[in-house]
Design a binder for this molecule. Structure first.
Ligand SMILES: [Zn+2]
Length: 276
């Protein structure tokens, strides 16, 4: 009798416990189902994106700007083979930088660097033409990133750079070209180096004809006084890295540097994607 009474009492005691267990179990099942469906949705979204990219590649194949071969999935603008065969200066890693005295006696420039050698008719010229005359912003950004990856380790020995300053375009040239290639190189550099890009402090107030067919003296006269400082405060006492696509005679960079060096306690270094 006692046993019967005990078991019924036990039953009354265990039923709320069982109820809680069932609720907990259902809760766990619902959590599992939710994460399962989330994974499925994410997977199908990724699969859809892959299919979409595949279709885009099929109708608009991504090709290397240099060899025109099809690009593999991870390649961007330049295929691996062309990228390996580019004419790198290796100035970033060489003990003696051949550009160290480039502006000596002309302007007080801290460091002068170039990432690639520019040769007429060569692949580097094709890259520069693509960013300069064919509006290839993505390539300008990529070249900035590529240069930054090489530059980053050697910058550890430099005085810290506070701003990246692209060589500015005159507003009329900007409208003609649609974008400033040096600014996009800066954006690529900035994405790796985490240094802000300053496009407001240095402006170009003189519309100049293209420098390509001019000799050194004509180039220098062409850009003299072409740049002005719009805001002194931001760059005062700062170290700026002045960025351009090609360093040829240096007259454009020099004209920019002369304007920048009117700012008190500023330090100026120079980076060009290519040295002609
Ligand atoms: Zn290629």
């Amino acid at each position: 009798m006692n046993n019967g009474l005990d078991s019924s009492q036990k039953g009354e005691e265990t039923s709320p416990f069982l109820f809680i267990c069932v609720i907990l179990r259902l809760y766990h099942v619902s959590l599992f189902m939710r994460s399962f469906f989330k994974k499925i949705t994410r997977f199908s979204r990724l699969a859809m994106l892959k299919i979409l990219h595949g279709l885009i590649d099929l109708f608009f194949p991504r090709i290397c700007v240099l060899c025109k071969g099809l690009l593999f999935e991870k390649e961007e603008q330049i295929c691996l083979e062309c990228s390996l065969n580019l004419n790198y200066t290796d100035f970033f890693i060489s003990e003696v930088n051949p550009l160290a005295g480039f502006f000596e006696g002309k302007a007080d420039i801290e460091k002068t660097m170039a990432f690639l050698h520019y040769e007429k008719g060569g692949n580097v010229q094709k890259l520069i033409f693509s960013i300069k005359y064919y509006g290839n912003k993505k390539l300008a950004h990529l070249l900035g990133r590529m240069a930054a990856r090489e530059l980053k380790p050697c910058m550890e020995n430099w005085p810290a750079v506070d701003f990246l300053v692209p060589v500015p375009l005159h507003p009329k040239r900007l409208r003609e070209r649609g974008y400033n290639q040096s600014e996009w190189i800066c954006l690529g550099l900035a994405s790796v180096l985490n240094i802000p890009v300053n496009t407001k402090s240095l402006l170009r107030n003189k519309y100049t004809k293209t420098q390509t067919r001019k000799d050194m003296e004509e180039r220098s006269l062409n850009v003299r006084g072409a740049f002005v400082i719009n805001d002194t405060e931001t760059l005062q006492g700062r170290h700026v890295l002045l960025v351009d696509d090609v360093l040829t005679s240096g007259s454009t960079i020099l004209a920019c540097a002369e304007a920048l060096l009117t700012i008190p306690n500023i330090r100026v270094s120079v980076l060009a994607i290519a040295k002609a």
